[in-house]
Design a protein around this ligand. Structure first.
Ligand SMILES: Cc1cc2nc3c(=O)[nH]c(=O)nc-3n(C[C@H](O)[C@H](O)[C@H](O)COP(=O)(O)OP(=O)(O)OC[C@H]3O[C@@H](n4cnc5c(N)ncnc54)[C@H](O)[C@@H]3O)c2cc1C
Length: 401
């Protein structure tokens, strides 16, 4: 019997039959072959930060914690083990004079786990982290190693860059990187109506911009980040600040130490990706419902970010400029009724759920949201013909019945 697994927020727990930590790629291959022969399911796990049941299994839970670190770089691309945590990846790249182009709110995740669900940061000009992948090496459901990049099996790349761990165990990734740079992070508070009135300008005049809305006070916390060597337009910056707003935060540092933050408080989260044109009406409805129906239970905040469109088959920013709305709830408070009601609103506006956060959609509802859905499923059947990675939770997500 493996040891019990509990995810970061505590809402997902199970005990796999076996917990494997292979020391090299050969061990990953041998493990998958053994599982295939015995009809055992395999789920790869990263840092366990997802709260949807993507990693739940009564079979083998395989962690690449021992396959971590940056392997090589040529100044424009870097290759790292799939188990490398984002913090370690940032430090490794920094030591080589390099940086990723964008990051999300925290850096505890593994690079394979973060990209498997389309983890994203904010900024009109930036896709999710999966868009930074130019190559993926994985151990497929037959126990074979396959390299996928522009010059090797390129037809599989739009599936492999965001795969929910359904195509195989990602042992290595190659990322687009750039010379390291410094960011200036600032934040301040404003009333929600002021923030919404100035939102387009704030998004367009800052490299990265997002805001938290606190429903109980109707205040927002606005965060912007800009490269130190490319400062924002000074006039726009002065105009963008609410009158009398005092900066709560002003920090300069390298990307990987400036964008992510440490999170003490544990929370549950639902996040949906919306076509950007649907945001104003969708957010107005979210605001109305939270204030009318959920004010007593909605204990915390709502986060609004942007993602650039991409062409990755299961990406929730596929083919559209995206605004995301995320509702966060302290783990000590009930979330399901609140989140389900928000999900109904998000769906009304064409939203696609974050794969790694709470949602209640199955393949039947997901398929119409993704134009290349069937292509992903064909790639999955090719790489995992016997469904070694297809647990009942994955089947609910990926196979209609
Ligand atoms: C505090 C917190 C902050 C967060 N901030 C953000 C944010 O800013 N932006 C955002 O978009 N999301 C955010 N998330 C969500 C989080 O980034 C995703 O859930 C992410 O997938 C978690 O990565 P992980 O390494 O923990 O992977 P896990 O949660 O362990 O696994 C996620 C998926 O990756 C697969 N996987 C893991 N390793 C491999 C591998 N080697 N090969 C193949 N598949 C693999 C798993 O099978 C699973 O399908 C946050 C979550 C938390 C708890």
């Amino acid at each position: 019997m493996g040891r019990p697994f509990v995810n970061w927020s505590g809402s997902l727990s199970f005990t796999p039959a076996e917990h494997a930590e292979p020391a090299d790629e050969h061990e990953v291959c041998a493990l998958v072959r053994r599982a295939r022969e015995s009809g055992t399911k395999v789920r790869p796990v990263g840092s366990g930060h997802s709260s949807s049941p993507l990693v739940r299994t009564d079979g083998i839970l395989v962690s690449l914690d021992r396959l971590a670190g940056v392997l090589s770089d040529d100044g424009r691309c870097a290759t790292a083990w799939g188990g490398t945590r984002l913090r370690a990846l940032g430090e490794g790249l920094y030591d080589a004079g390099l940086a990723m182009e964008n990051l999300g709110d925290v850096d505890y995740q593994s690079i394979a786990g973060a990209t498997a669900t389309g983890t994203h940061g904010t900024g009109l000009g930036f896709g999710n982290l999966s868009t930074q992948l130019t190559g993926v090496r994985l151990v497929t459901g037959t126990g074979d190693v396959v390299d996928i990049a522009a010059d090797r099996n390129p037809e599989l790349l739009p599936a492999a860059r965001l795969s929910l761990g359904a195509l195989g165990v990602v042992t290595r990734v190659t990322l687009d990187v750039q010379p390291r740079y410094e960011l200036h992070r600032r934040s301040w508070c404003a009333q929600l109506d002021w923030t919404l009135d100035h939102l387009a300008e704030l998004q367009h005049t800052n490299r990265n911009m997002d805001f938290y809305w606190y429903p109980r006070s109707d205040q927002t916390q606005i965060r912007v980040m800009n490269r130190v060597d490319v400062p924002p337009d000074r006039r726009a910056w002065a105009k963008n600040r609410a009158p009398d707003a005092e900066l709560r935060e002003s920090q300069v540092g390298p990307t990987h130490r400036t964008i992510p933050r440490h999170r003490e408080l544990r929370f549950e989260e639902i996040e949906y990706m919306l076509p950007s044109e649907a945001f104003p009406a969708c957010f107005a409805e979210v605001r109305r419902r939270i204030r009318e129906r959920h004010r007593r239970v909605a204990g915390w905040r709502v986060l609004v970010r942007t993602i650039a469109p991409d062409d990755i088959w299961l990406s929730n920013a596929y083919g559209r400029s995206t605004v995301t709305i995320a509702c966060l709830q302290n783990t000590s408070l009930p979330y399901e009724e609140y989140f389900r009601d928000m999900e109904a609103v998000f769906r009304q506006y064409g939203g696609r759920p974050h794969w790694g956060k709470k949602h209640w959609l199955t393949a039947r509802e997901l398929r119409p949201l993704y134009p290349r859905w069937d292509d992903f499923q064909a790639a999955r059947r090719r790489l995992d013909p016997d469904g070694v990675f297809l647990t009942p939770d994955l089947a609910r997500l990926l196979e209609e019945w």
